[in-house]
Structure formats: structure tokens, C-alpha cells
Design a protein around this ligand. Structure first.
Ligand code: 4AD
Ligand code: MG
Length: 431
């Protein structure tokens, strides 16, 4: 007999099959039991009728507790009323492990602290597993997009000797007597591999000792970064716009069921990522924010209320360009006025904040040296980075997309901690 996954039941209508999974939930009424069985690909309702199955089997099934692991045999039956359109008429169950205690996560409401303490079990829940499937799809879509655009997948090190995004959020560690840091971004290393390979990307974990306890910040998160040789600012934004449009459409196409189970309006989402995305300057953005009644002055970063106001104003992702130099890291190319830089942040609609940070990089050696000095950064650890401006420097640009923020936005979630199996936050390293 064939063992199948729940996700493919539609190909087995009327056939006797085996499904290996876990008892997600159950209910019985009179002589009939309904067992919700999940296997990671979906949930199917197994039906056991007293009299039609062996009475020992019927009795045994009555005692099964949630999350018991089971090998279930039965006939796939089309049923319009079932959420997935099919049910399983159970003929046999072999129990792999019979759970003794009640499963801690119940369908009733739990506080976030309790859920986070049980994250290793919570990921099985109805609201969690679909998000993780969307995560899988987003990562696949990003890789597929980069690959189609001809980028080469590469890596930077996790243990580094330099800071990229400022020195205040570095995780320091002792590296055999030397100072080392967990990487905040692979960008500087990607600039080196881009000069070797042309156009490159990587998707991997980065680390920031963020003291902020917000719904947008993790201390360990994933970034999708690309670095493009010979590409200047505007083309960098065109590329990002094309990417966001592509990945959102692909996630919606492949994970519509999951998104709809999370209450996402997929039609509206697809409409929001229609190209082009507005591009406005930092100055214009402040005006919009002020008009919305939020106090913000030139020289300040956008706080959460300001980002929400921008999202509401456009109801689409919006690029904010031309940031004052002082607000941004040392490596960004100044604009001709010398005051602002060729940077852009992509702000999501619906209050999800900054999804992408990117810029054109300084390609002139002296200018870069001056900027390091201005920021009070030591030259020595950056000598290799300066070499990239000594040997065949070219205009180049890149960006980093925050994977968790993007998932939170796509899935309409309250907090980025729900987008990664084991989130790391300022107050949490367990489980
Ligand atoms: O804007 P950021 O700091 O940009 C960089 O690190 C560049 N070096 C990337 C590059 O040009 N290659 O970070 C990029 C994105 C942000 O837009 C945001 O989406 C996400 O990473 N991000 C975070 N996500 C979760 N938790 C945090 N603490 C985050 N900090 C940034
Ligand atoms: Mg940023």
C-alpha cells in the first residue's frame, strides 16, 4: 500500500493509503470519532465509525491524546465540506508513540511568554506551521530570482574583524586573544566577491546586539544580500523593485492556502507590489510624516509611527532616498551636493517598517579613507576592504533585505518572532 502525504491526497481519491503523522486534534460524537491528523504538509480529518472498524481499534483510538504519532491506514474520500476537500475513512491505526500527558499548547489562548517558552512545540500549531512554510517559499523565491538574474551564490564569514553597520550593536567574542565580532551584514565581503564574480548574493544569519525590544527586532536574523558590480543607485532600486514584485507573487502563487489560513488578503497583497514603487527623498518623507501629525525633524531617523504614516500614505512599498550622510554608515557614496548619500530604504506598507536597506558604495580610495577617519574607525582591520578601491575599483551597489520583516509583512503578523523557528531576542535564548 502507498504511503502518501496529506498535501497530495487529491491524487488518491477512492484509494486505500497510509498516512504517517501526528494527532492534531480530536472529537467524538456517539459512535463516531473524528481525528485531525497532521503530517507537516496539511491536516486531514480521519473518520472512525463504531461497527465499521474493529472494536479494539475504536476503543484504543478513544484514548489517544493530542500529538501522539500514528501510522494511519484508510480510504481517501472526496468531501465538499472538508477544509481540504477530502477525508480519510480510517481502517487501521498503528501507534508509534502514545502521548501520556496533555499537550501543553491547546486551542485556547495562551500568553506570548508561555508560547515562546514552548516554541519547540508551538511551531506545530495551526498559526505557526503555515508561516514556516511561507518562510521556506520566500527563501526559495529569493534564490530563484537571484539565479534567474545571473547572480552567483557566495558567502562571507560569520566571525569577522570589522563592523559594517556601526559599532553599537556588535556581538563581541574572544578569538584566540583577538577581538572578533559576529557579522552584522556580509556586505563588505560581498563587495570583494562581486569584484571576483561580477554579481553575487548570499542569504544567511546576521547578528545585532539590538537593545530594542520591538516587534521588528531580533538579535539574530536572516538577510538576503546582493552586490552588483557596475551598478549605480537607480539601477539598484530597479533591481530591488523587480525582486520584491517577483518574490511576493511567487509566494502567493505557491502558498495561497497557507496565507489565506492566516487571514491574508492575497489579492490586495499582489496589488500592493505592482511596479513601480514610489521613490521619495528623505526630505519629502519628513514632510509627509509631519503632515500626518507626527513630530519629526531633519537629522532624525524614522521611528515606528513615522514608518506607519509613510506606509499608510502610499499603501505600497516606498523607497526613501537621499538620506543625510550623518545618518548612514561610512561606506555610502555621497551625492553631488556632498550632504546626502545614494542610499535607499524600502519601507513596507501596513506599519511593517524597513524591509530593505541598500546603497551605492564609495569606490574612490581617498574618499573612503576620509569617511573611515570621520567615523573614528581604525584603518588596519579595513585594509583589505580599501584594497578593493586600489585594484580595479568600479561603481557598485547592493542591498540587504530583512527576511523576517518581509515574512511578517507578507503574513500579516504582529511580531517578527513568529517568522523564524527559534527567534533570538534581547531577553530570550531558550529554547
Ligand atoms: O539596513 P541594514 O542595516 O543594512 C545593512 O546591513 C546593509 N549592510 C545591507 C547591504 O547593503 N548589503 O539591514 C538590512 C535589513 C533592514 O532593512 C531590515 O529589514 C533588516 O535588515 N533588519 C533587521 N531585521 C530584524 N531584526 C533586526 N534587528 C534588524 N536590523 C535590520
Ligand atoms: Mg537600514
Amino acid at each position: 500500500m502507498k504511503t502518501i502525504s496529506i498535501g497530495e491526497v487529491d491524487q488518491y481519491d477512492g484509494e486505500e493509503v497510509i498516512i504517517k503523522g501526528w494527532l492534531f486534534n480530536r472529537r467524538s460524537s456517539g459512535g463516531i470519532q473524528f481525528l485531525q491528523i497532521r503530517d507537516g504538509s496539511g491536516i486531514i480529518q480521519g473518520v472512525l465509525k463504531e461497527g465499521s472498524v474493529d472494536s479494539d481499534l475504536f476503543e484504543m483510538a478513544l484514548d489517544l491524546k493530542r500529538e501522539s504519532s500514528l501510522v494511519v491506514q484508510g480510504e481517501v474520500k472526496r468531501d465538499e465540506r472538508a477544509p481540504i476537500g477530502y477525508e480519510l475513512e480510517v481502517s487501521d491505526i498503528s501507534v508509534q508513540q502514545s502521548v501520556k500527558d496533555d499537550f501543553p499548547i491547546t486551542p485556547k489562548e495562551h500568553g506570548p511568554g508561555f508560547l515562546m517558552d514552548h516554541r519547540h512545540l508551538w511551531i506545530r500549531a495551526k498559526g505557526s506551521a503555515p508561516v514556516l512554510r511561507v518562510r521556506h517559499e520566500l527563501l526559495q523565491a529569493l534564490r530563484e530570482f537571484f539565479d534567474r538574474e545571473g547572480l552567483i551564490a557566495t558567502e562571507g564569514p560569520i566571525l569577522t574583524g570589522v563592523s559594517v553597520e556601526g559599532t553599537t550593536t556588535l556581538f563581541e567574542t574572544d578569538y584566540f586573544g583577538e577581538d572578533a565580532y559576529l557579522t552584522q551584514s556580509s556586505q563588505l565581503y560581498l563587495e570583494a566577491t562581486a569584484a571576483a564574480l561580477g554579481e553575487v548574493y548570499w542569504i544567511g544569519p546576521v547578528f545585532r546586539a539590538e537593545k530594542s525590544k520591538t516587534r521588528k527586532h531580533l538579535t539574530e536574523f536572516w538577510m538576503a544580500e546582493a552586490e552588483l558590480s557596475w551598478v549605480e543607485h537607480d539601477e539598484n532600486l530597479d533591481f530591488q523593485e523587480k525582486m520584491v514584485h517577483y518574490v511576493v507573487n511567487r509566494v502567493v502563487d505557491k502558498r495561497r492556502d497557507e496565507l489565506e489560513s492566516l487571514g491574508v488578503n492575497t489579492e490586495a497583497l499582489v496589488k500592493k507590489v505592482e511596479k513601480p514603487f514610489p521613490r521619495i527623498s528623505y526630505k519629502e518623507a519628513i514632510e509627509i510624516v509631519n503632515e500626518a501629525g507626527i513630530d519629526m525633524n531633519t537629522g532624525e531617523d524614522f521611528g515606528a509611527p513615522a514608518e506607519t504614516a509613510l506606509g499608510d500614505h502610499f499603501d505600497k512599498p516606498v523607497f526613501i532616498e537621499a538620506f543625510p550622510r550623518e545618518l548612514k554608515p561610512f561606506y555610502m557614496e555621497p551625492m553631488p551636493n556632498g550632504e546626502t548619500v545614494y542610499a535607499a530604504d524600502l519601507i513596507a506598507p501596513d506599519g511593517y517598517g524597513e524591509l530593505i536597506g541598500g546603497s551605492q558604495r564609495i569606490d574612490d580610495l581617498e574618499l573612503l579613507e576620509d569617511r573611515l577617519d570621520e567615523e573614528g574607525l581604525p584603518r588596519d582591520p579595513y585594509e583589505w576592504y580599501l584594497d578593493l578601491r586600489r585594484y580595479g575599483s568600479v561603481p557598485h551597489s547592493g542591498f540587504g533585505l530583512g527576511v523576517e520583516r518581509t515574512i511578517a509583512w507578507i503574513c500579516n503578523l504582529d511580531h517578527v518572532r513568529e517568522t523564524i523557528p527559534f527567534p533570538r531576542q534581547i531577553n530570550r535564548i531558550y529554547p
